[in-house]
Design a protein around this ligand. Sequence first.
Ligand SMILES: Nc1nc2c(ncn2[C@@H]2O[C@H](COP(=O)(O)OP(=O)(O)OP(=O)(O)O)[C@@H](O)[C@H]2O)c(=O)[nH]1
Ligand SMILES: [Mg+2]
Length: 458
Amino acid sequence: MLDKLSSALKKGFDKIAGAIFLDKKVIDEIVKDLQRALIQADVNVHLAKELGEKIRKEAENERIKGIERKEHLTKILHDELIKILGGEKKELKFEKGKNNKIMLVGTYGHGKTTSSAKLASYYAKRGFKTCLLGLDVHRLAASEQLKQLGDKNKLAVFIDEAEKNPIKIYEKLKKELEGYDLIIIDTAGRHSLDKELIDEIKKLTGKIKPDYKLLIISADIGQAAKTQAEEFQKSVDINGVIITRMDSTAKAGGALTACNETNAPVYFIGTGEKINDFETFNAKAFISRMLGLGDLEGLLEKVQSAIDEKSQIKLKTRLDEGSFNLRDFQEQLKSMNNFSFSKIIDMIPGIGSLKEKVDDNMLNTQEHKVKKWQHIIDSMTEEEIDNPEILEKQTSRLKRIALGSGTTTTDIRQLIKQYKLLKELASGSELTNIDPSQGLSQKQMMKLARKFGKKMKF
Ligand SMILES: Nc1nc2c(ncn2[C@@H]2O[C@H](COP(=O)(O)OP(=O)(O)OP(=O)(O)O)[C@@H](O)[C@H]2O)c(=O)[nH]1
Ligand SMILES: [Mg+2]
């Protein structure tokens, strides 16, 4: 479903998360790619433009920096996408035991009959005593089609193949129908919303007084869904939409966003020919699914774990030069919301593959401690930062820092150990002998893993 749009959206979010500088050029690129993908999915050009403008405008806010800026833009884009798709989830509301009625209307072949059965099955499974009522008296095989669908799915079906007046059919069956919580009514289509169709729907609704008149629209008409929904709303007062064939068109984005511009919300979508290829429409869940992430939290996690690349490059240079010091370490802690020791390890040449040998829990514990370390470094003097070795010899300094940072002297010792280990690993002889094209030998790797594992335990 909407594969192209989905991969374009994923790319857009990844670009935000991974950009070195989220500057005008990058934003322009992201916006252009997104707009292209939206327009390909038949989303109205103006809507796509508005979305782009909104992102650009937010991106101009230079006051928000680094990761926060990425988070901000991710959230804005996510929320705007949901907004153009329909915002909050809407649900049909009715009560059990109340003889509720839903009438399905629409032009030819958009999926009224199929959706009637799908809808009946959906509510039957949720405990409603549901039945189908066939009022398409024009198409020859219409009643038979509904009957077959009903029988196949164990749904009660009411039809009258002999009677050609739908009002009379209803009147005849009215008493029997009263025993149901929910009656789903299938009606006839026409080539277009002509006077005949309007008259028939008006007559039927005047008599039946359905709680909901839902328009059935096939997704492949794309943004033309807007005109159709508006016309049906104006002439027969529909109060909701079901979009079918979401599975078989690249234009579904158009149909969804177009309906959202009318006053008729999309309640359900059809995603295939089978009875269960049907689901409630929820813009938020829809976007999450397209992005393959749980929700906004998932997206933000991705941003947070994509370490600020500017400091990443700087750090890598310092590590390569062997000039990495505690100040760099501190800068790293500051520049990352979600400092990850394992990410620093990733950056040490040749050591990425080693990480697998290191217990994940150990790394997680490390990450947990990082906040403490930040406080510790903040309590150090310039001299101590430049030369942390002096701390090991002077307990009075350790005590002072522990007091100032609300930590213990053990915490400070751990930090120094960690920092020294990182420095050692980055400049160690094991790594300087590595042929970059070959990486680490198995033996070198095991040796490092042992060393690393031993030293990391405290
Ligand atoms: N792939 C796919 N096909 C669907 C979906 N919904 C309906 N169809 C197919 O669309 C075709 C038309 O569906 P119908 O339910 O007969 O449409 P209708 O609006 O009742 O048609 P008329 O009664 O002739 O106006 C059928 O072949 C259905 O199987 C869907 O969500 N996905
Ligand atoms: Mg039909």
